[in-house]
Design a protein around this ligand. Structure first.
Ligand code: URA
Length: 189
């Protein structure tokens, strides 16, 4: 994993020689059975250099509780590893969704990361990770709570924890999906 991180850092330093993009790598058990894949780091994640430590990360604790999976059993990463930003009308810097080009740029790195961890289960959080791995026709609205085969691994799609913050109606669905995931993973031990 250290070599992978070094190679990725070199690659992006060469690609953006003047911007010095800060990469936020995955963390957790590098032999985990379950790999969670989010969208991209936000401000907090970039400041702390860890995925899912900001507001969306709070939901992760709830996720762990509901699923019955322990944090040690997980590896958590993002599809895009730097923070995509834009300037707001008031002149500040705000998050934006990653572009298709950014997702494509990171895809082979994500695939290498999956091959390093070799998880039995890949859990995508939201549309960005889902589409990166299942193709652009996939939508979390249609795929959430279901299991798919992706290159011999089991993929389970969840809504993004941040979408619950924006759309509380999704919360009950998300909770049921997470409970179901915990049952599936345990049944598979
Ligand atoms: N924080 C992350 O690390 N990833 C997301 O997708 C959202 C918040």
């Amino acid at each position: 994993m250290e070599k992978f991180k070094r190679e990725m850092t070199d690659f992006f330093d060469k690609l953006y020689p003047t911007e010095h993009k800060l990469l936020v790598f995955g963390e957790g058990d590098e032999r985990a059975r379950v790999m969670l894949i989010g969208e991209a780091p936000g401000e907090q994640e970039t400041m702390q250099g860890r995925p899912f430590v900001g507001r969306a990360g709070k939901n992760l604790d709830e996720f762990l509780e509901l699923s019955g999976l322990s944090r040690e059993a997980l590896y958590i990463t993002n599809t895009v590893k730097f923070r995509p930003v834009k300037h707001s009308k008031s002149g500040g810097v705000v998050n934006r969704p990653p572009t298709r080009e950014e997702v494509e740029l990171f895809l082979s790195w994500l695939q290498q990361e999956i091959e390093l961890v070799k998880p039995q289960w890949i859990v995508t959080l939201g549309n960005v990770a889902l589409r990166a791995l299942m193709g652009r026709g996939a939508t979390v609205g249609a795929c959430h709570g279901k299991e798919y085969d992706v290159g011999g691994r089991r993929l389970f799609a969840l809504y993004h924890p941040a979408s619950i913050l924006y759309n509380p109606a999704i919360k009950a669905v998300y909770r049921n999906d997470v409970i179901r995931l915990g049952e599936l993973v345990r049944a598979d031990e």
